[in-house]
Design a protein. Structure first.
Length: 113
């Protein structure tokens, strides 16, 4: 089982990034998925979830209206489109298979001018 996140990097405030998570070894299309993030010195927080079919989403208040979670079940891929990024979005971002409680390795997002 592997969850491989990618797409992080350095971006200026107001910019955008798209994170991807490639999932293998599980029946991806039947599992609920999520994105979490952990800022330096802070706990890991849930920021978005998506149901197995992609028709039910949840967003934390801190990202609502700026981030969009999506998935492509045919490709076993999970995405997080992040717009209007702020310095406080700086964190390591993790994808998670919620049903199986599996973590991917993180990808670092740094928002700074």
């Amino acid at each position: 089982v592997q969850l491989q996140a990618s797409g992080g990097g350095l971006v200026q405030p107001g910019g955008s990034l798209r994170l991807s998570c490639a999932v293998s070894g599980v029946f991806f299309s039947i599992n609920n998925m999520g994105w979490f993030r952990q800022a330096p010195g802070k706990q890991r927080d849930l920021i978005a979830t998506i149901s197995s079919g992609g028709n039910t989403n949840y967003y934390a208040d801190s990202v609502k209206g700026r981030f969009t979670i999506s998935r492509d079940n045919a490709k076993n891929m999970l995405y997080l489109q992040m717009n209007s990024l702020k310095p406080e979005d700086t964190a390591v971002y993790y994808c998670r298979d919620i049903n199986l409680q599996l973590w991917g390795q993180g990808t670092l997002v740094t928002v700074s001018s």
